[in-house]
Design a protein around this ligand. Sequence first.
Ligand SMILES: Cc1ncc(COP(=O)(O)O)c(C=O)c1O
Length: 377
Amino acid sequence: MENYRKDFSIFQHTHYINSCSYGALSHQVEAAYGEYLKCRNTQGADWMYWCELHEEVRSRFAKLVNADADDVAVTTSASASLSSLISALDFTGTRNRVVTTDQAFPTEAQNWHAQSRRHADVVHARENDDGQLDLGHLAELVNEKTLIVAVPLVCYRHGALNDIAAITKIAHDAGALMLVDGYQGLGAVPFDVRALDVDFLIGGALKYLLSSAGIGFLYVREALIDNLYPAQTGWFAQADIHAMKIHGNEPAPNARRFEQGTPSVPALYAAKAGLDYMLNVGVQNTRDHVQGLNRALKDGVRALGGTLACALDDAAQGPMVAIRSTDDHALVAALQEDKIVTSCRDGNLRVSAHFYNDMSDIDAVLAALEKNKALLV
Ligand SMILES: Cc1ncc(COP(=O)(O)O)c(C=O)c1O
């Protein structure tokens, strides 16, 4: 892997290995934010260019997951993507069941549970002791009343990577729709919406896509778009944004109908630069590189007598390695003292490498874990 670290100032003084929380800031993304400020100072407003930028970001998200740009909405967060889509679903017919999972990121599960007043019946597939979803249990929950199955690509608590093709088959065999929350994997795990045959994909740009808060996206299978009519809408979702009509609602014929108001303009600058950087490095290259680092990390943790939160083989794990701790917040703070940035959830230290990490980061993490062995389980 080429030395990309020179493009990320933080590596001059810190072992940043925390992309599951926020990707590191590159000079390119920093410069893109600067371009926004320059534009504000020189032109004040450049709506023509900002609308073009919106389309450029859309096409980059589409390229990342092998979708058509027309099937992608650019939103302000994964939550906004999901709630717009959900506002177009009908839970009053014979299919009102939502099969989510115990691996759901809170925003996903909460959005489904918020539909109980709209007659949604929300059930959760459980996970096995090894952290992998229990597909047998999931299959039992999916039936002729199931409207949609929703799973994360990678679990945010411990990094298990789900078998999306297998779960999509379970959903489709029962006539249900399939949604993936890709946020913890996109950029670090290859994802092809056509090959995997999913109906919906949500994600955002601030983690492995190196960009900014304020940008999310939603992919919708083309054949479904016409029959989905979001109740949560706005002027950027209209067939003609410039029509300014107030006596009706004419949703765009494509996935733009899932957008709402003024895009997050500064974040669009960052998203274009971050996505370009990531597409240039390549997702498969990143996956190969990170798997190598994670093998060394997992071996090192085992050698120290530590416990992996998710004891799976490499192919069933996303970019994050999670390590059990007696006090995960104290462990994050102890590593921070040695200038190592990680994060934690649910009693686990989360160490999430990306293409810019190297063995010096893994060695530093292992040395700090050895020093803080008392905080390992
Ligand atoms: C799997 C997953 N989904 C969704 C989110 C949050 O998305 P947003 O804040 O863009 O709504 C996160 C953030 O950590 C996440 O890990």
